[in-house]
Design a protein around this ligand. Structure first.
Ligand code: ZN
Length: 174
């Protein structure tokens, strides 16, 4: 089990770690919405120059806004935790780009999900798949900006090159 490995690694980690008490308020007053892509782990923060405690980082499949959950987190970062700026980070080679809702549907059925339940949702909208990473960043920024529960704060969008680590500014709200 992966959990055994994780628990063993944690024992080693705690042995070497001196412990550190940090504020839960983001020191750089920044909220980031990024993709859950595993290649961003340990890569996203150094690429953005962020240290532990600097930013609220929200990650989901494809850095998209589907439903209210990412909005809830961004609103909490702003109203409860002091974030004053939002950054949407898309990345190249995103698995959510061009992925096929029909293939997903089949995998869900194969995985034992009740077909009637799948029929209840618009799978393309629900899964948040999109055609183009850059367009998706623009759309996500617009969705956050136009949301009635999000105040007037700068909301930028960037595209991170998953290979080189280079950032391209897609929406500049400076
Ligand atoms: Zn992605």
């Amino acid at each position: 089990m992966m959990l055994d490995e994780i628990l063993a690694k944690n024992v080693e980690f705690v042995k070497d770690f001196e412990g550190e008490e940090l504020s839960h308020h983001p020191q750089k007053k920044l909220a980031v919405l990024a993709c859950m892509d595993c290649r961003l782990s340990g890569f996203l923060e150094p690429a953005l120059g962020l240290e532990r405690g600097d930013a609220k980082i929200i990650r989901n499949a494809g850095n998209t806004i589907v439903g209210e959950d990412a909005i809830r987190s961004i609103a909490a970062a702003i109203f409860s935790l002091g974030a004053e700026e939002v950054l949407v980070v898309g990345h190249t080679e995103c698995g959510m780009a061009g992925s096929d809702p029909e293939a997903l549907r089949q995998k869900m059925i194969d995985g034992g999900i009740d077909e009637a339940e799948i029929e209840k949702v618009d799978l393309k909208a629900w899964s948040g798949v999109f055609d183009d990473e850059k367009e998706n960043v623009i759309e996500t920024v617009e969705t956050i900006r136009n949301h009635p529960l999000i105040p007037d704060v700068p909301i930028h969008g960037v595209l991170l090159d998953i290979v080189s680590g280079e950032l391209e500014v897609v929406v500049d709200d400076r």
